[in-house]
Design a protein around this ligand. Structure first.
Ligand code: FES
Ligand code: FES
Length: 213
């Protein structure tokens, strides 16, 4: 019997009553904790909706204001590719080493994988998709690359083109060596550098002929 009481099987002894009271207390306490959790969750829901509001950004891409829900830590390359569908910007290393993701921000070549989207809300972003003319004809640089068949797999091509355009703004008539220096932040995994340079030089020539900035 004592054994049964000790194990709480018999409920008429002071020990059994205190055990029941203890269990009730735990349940009541648990309810209290749950209720507290519910009450404290209310302000955090407000905080969360405020956060969602902050995440809605408007960025100017290729002359058009685009809207997207952007996480604080999200890179421009990710937003362009996965939120805006602009997959011409390639992701190679995703850590500022290969240049595949190069876009122009206010005319300056930048690695989109290393720029936070929230930091470019007021800037003008140009990607490879924004180069084509409204009538569908190619930008002279794109035409130069096509004419020279300057690349193998072409994964690196958008990045090289955007880097070259950024460099040509400051030096529109470069020597081959100068242009090589200008795009030295870009890597080609097919190691087709000689043809790439020939193509970019051809594009630069087409741009000069067309008085294209
Ligand atoms: S993907 Fe951005 S530098 Fe390589
Ligand atoms: S042509 Fe293939 S990565 Fe450059």
């Amino acid at each position: 019997m004592n054994d049964a009481v000790d194990r709480g099987i018999v409920g008429s002894t002071p020990r059994a009553i205190s055990r029941r009271a203890f269990i009730k207390g735990v349940i009541a306490g648990g309810l209290g904790v749950s209720a507290a959790g519910y009450l404290f969750r209310t302000p955090s829901l407000f905080a969360r909706s405020a956060e969602v509001g902050e995440r809605l950004v408007s960025i100017n891409v290729n002359g058009v204001n685009r809207h997207a829900d952007v996480m604080k830590q999200e890179t421009l390359a990710w937003t362009l590719r996965h939120k805006l569908g602009l997959t011409g910007t390639k992701l190679g290393c995703d850590r500022a080493e290969c240049g595949s993701c190069t876009v122009l921000i206010d005319g300056v070549p930048r690695y989109a994988c290393s720029v936070l989207t929230h930091s470019v809300r007021d800037r003008k972003i140009l990607t490879i998709e924004g180069l084509e003319n409204p009538d569908g004809t190619l930008h002279p640089m794109q035409q130069g690359v096509v004419d020279e068949q300057g690349l193998q797999c072409a994964f690196c091509m958008p990045g090289f083109i955007m880097s070259a355009l950024g460099f040509l703004k400051f030096n529109p008539n470069p020597t081959r060596g100068q242009l090589a220096q200008g795009v030295s932040g870009n890597l080609c995994r097919c190691q087709d550098y000689d043809k790439i340079l020939t193509a970019l030089m051809r594009g630069a020539e087409y741009m000069r002929n067309a008085n294209h900035a």
